[in-house]
Design a protein around this ligand. Structure first.
Ligand code: ADP
Ligand code: MG
Length: 344
């Protein structure tokens, strides 16, 4: 009898690892294959970057509360964010869609209005894609292309001991926005005549429905002549992305709870939802902020000349260490859930 292994035994990362291990990267142009935010290919003088994202209805989005225009915008943001995470500049995107006859031409127009608005905002061009039929839900895929000079590239790997861990913007908002939308969906299902109570939560809703990729941060770092020693985008939650950076560099991480940037409106939403705001920041996803490390000597430059970057910790020598130092000065493993009291 043929062997059958369930997918959940491997998990997503295990599966990707398995696929990667079946492939050897020997093409003269391949600089980095599977395993970073984008693949890296040798151009004439610079590097070419390419990254793909797939979004499936019912898994990544719910059309009962996500407007198609926002969905299109977010698709492009998700694609571009991985190019930025290599310290690259996005240039073009291709978008592929699988549609059922549930969608009208006007609905597709809405989707593309969002896609094209994002393309304009991020200075990229939509140069191709594929269109096909779906029997189940809407499926969207984006492939983002970009470039980076060879001496400017930032991989997930590359951090050194005592490098400072930085993160742009604030975290947890997108996850909390999703929880607000889910709450209102449940209320609506139980009482369709009721109106959703979204007032006061505009900020976290915007973080979920219309996130932005941090092209501005990449431009600022260039102006300051800073190349991060390692970088990743925060699509799956801070804790998971920190573990990627640490594992790839073969080092440890220590971050400080009180340094984690959380928006005042995220605290408000968390309190209302009886969720821990720091748990949302650590384990929620889709913030599309940039997490990176810098050398100690670059610290002052960032401190003096940028506003939207927080210093949350540093890289440590022990590769088994991934610690969160709480406000009470306790060191707890970053994998730990539930140290934070709900709704505080
Ligand atoms: P991100 O969250 O930055 O999009 P992922 O966790 O999706 O990164 O992917 C990690 C790495 O694995 C990337 O280099 C990606 O290209 C690669 N990857 C993911 N799925 C596959 C696949 N099915 N085949 C080959 N490579 C894959
Ligand atoms: Mg990424």
């Amino acid at each position: 009898m043929e062997e059958r292994t369930e997918l959940n035994i491997l998990g997503e990362f295990g599966l990707i690892h398995r696929i990667a291990s079946q492939q050897q990267f020997s093409h003269a142009r391949t600089v980095k294959g599977i395993g970073d935010d984008a693949a890296v290919s040798k151009g004439n003088t610079d590097y070419q970057l390419v990254s793909t994202e797939l979004m499936v209805e019912g898994v990544h989005f719910d059309l009962s509360y996500v407007p198609l225009k926002h969905l299109g915008y977010k698709l492009i943001v998700a694609g571009i964010s991985d190019i930025l995470a290599m310290n690259g500049l996005p240039t073009q995107v291709t978008v592929s869609i699988a549609l059922s006859n549930r969608f009208s031409v006007e609905a597709v127009d809405e989707l593309y209005a969002g896609i094209l608005t994002a393309c304009e905002d991020y200075e990229v061009e939509l140069v191709g894609g594929d269109t096909t039929t779906s029997r189940s839900g809407l499926v969207l895929s984006v492939t983002a292309l970009g470039t980076v000079e060879k001496d400017q590239i930032a991989y997930r790997r590359g951090a050194s001991v005592n490098d400072i861990i930085c993160v742009s913007g604030d975290l947890g908002g997108a996850y909390l926005g999703l929880q607000i939308l889910e709450r209102e969906k449940q209320v609506f299902l139980e009482a369709p005549e009721s109106q959703p109570i979204l007032a006061g939560h505009e900020y976290v809703l915007q973080r979920q429905l219309k996130p932005e990729a941090r092209l501005d941060i990449i431009k600022q770092l260039r102006e300051l002549n800073i190349v991060p020693t390692s970088m990743i985008d925060v699509s799956d939650g801070l804790a998971s992305e920190l573990r990627h950076l640490a594992a790839e560099s073969g080092l440890g991480v220590r971050i400080f709870e009180e340094q984690i940037p959380i928006h005042q409106k995220a605290y408000l939403a968390a309190t209302e939802l009886k969720l821990g705001p720091f748990t949302a920041a650590l384990n929620g996803g889709e913030d599309y902020e940039l997490l990176f490390t810098i050398r100690q000597e670059d610290y002052q430059k960032i401190l003096d000349q940028t506003t939207d970057i927080s210093f949350i910790g540093f890289i440590s020598a022990d590769p088994t260490e991934a610690l969160l130092i709480t406000k009470q000065n306790e060191a707890i493993p970053l994998t730990a859930q539930g140290w934070e009291k709900q709704g505080e």
